[in-house]
Ligand binder design. Structure first.
Ligand SMILES: [Zn+2]
Length: 260
């Protein structure tokens, strides 16, 4: 069936903008192949998608928080890493986050998590590295886990204590100041390292406690409708602490001795 002038006009006007499904609706007498062939004859092309066209869809799948917090991937994951479909290929979500924020990167480079959280897509927690950097990063992580009795440890017991006392400061700045990775700082503050085996968890929280028992209870009870992020920042302001403290308390990562 010959194309009418009207059909040709519609095709010219919308081929570039509409999806194939939409074209089939506005050109009800045509099949996909007919539409493609005609467009080819008329030498009109569909606009090529760029990676930035995925931006909106991508960030909608990320739990966006403050600069210092981890932004978790809300959808499918593989080995702990978020996965995202882009140009019919699966890409790791944190890699995609890096590309969207800082631009394209060569295939042989790694996007590393300075926060050690595989599902995190916060561009401020990501850094570009080579294969060697990736290995170094892993070593650093192991060292942090082993503690200062290990000869390679960079921090003294005193420094560890100083860092713990400064737990509500910017962790990225602390990492720079002490010349260790962000991960190390993060772990020291969250008491996840064995920097000092004699150190008692209870003592740490007893001396550093910012929240009272009543406040802890209030935080843990505050899980209703209001979005968690919003609630977290309100409580952080109310109790004059970092939102991260509210978050870890809410998730029972800290103040473990206070249970309902
Ligand atoms: Zn993170």
């Amino acid at each position: 069936m010959k194309w009418t002038n009207e059909e040709v006009e519609i095709l010219k006007q919308y081929y570039d903008k509409a999806s194939m499904q939409e074209l089939l609706i506005i050109l009800p007498n045509r099949t996909i192949n007919q539409i493609r062939d005609k467009a080819h004859c008329l030498k009109i092309k569909r606009k090529k998608k760029s990676i930035q066209d995925y931006k909106k869809t991508f960030w909608r799948k990320v739990q966006i928080k403050t600069k210092n917090e981890c932004w978790l991937w809300k959808f499918s994951k593989l080995k702990g890493y978020g996965t995202f479909w882009c140009f019919n290929k699966r890409i790791r979500a944190h890699r995609m986050a890096y590309i969207l924020k800082y631009g394209s990167i060569s295939n042989d480079l790694f996007v590393l998590h300075i926060c050690d959280n595989r599902s995190c897509c916060n561009p401020f927690h990501l850094e570009l590295g080579t294969h060697e950097d990736n290995m170094k990063h892993m070593k650093d992580r192991n060292r942090a886990a082993k503690g200062s009795d290990n000869g390679n440890s960079k921090l003294t017991q005193k420094q560890v204590q100083q860092i713990r006392n400064r737990y509500n400061e910017n962790k990225i700045d602390l990492a720079k100041e002490y010349d260790v990775s962000f991960t190390t700082i993060y772990k020291i503050i969250n008491n996840k390292t064995r920097y000092d085996d004699n150190y008692k968890v209870h003592n740490l929280w007893a001396t550093n406690r910012k929240l009272t028992k009543e406040q802890v209870m209030e935080i843990r009870q505050s899980n209703e409708k209001q979005s968690i992020n919003e609630k977290q920042s309100i409580l952080a302001k109310k109790f004059n602490v970092d939102p991260a403290i509210i978050s870890s308390c809410r998730l029972n990562k800290t103040y473990k001795d206070i249970m309902e």
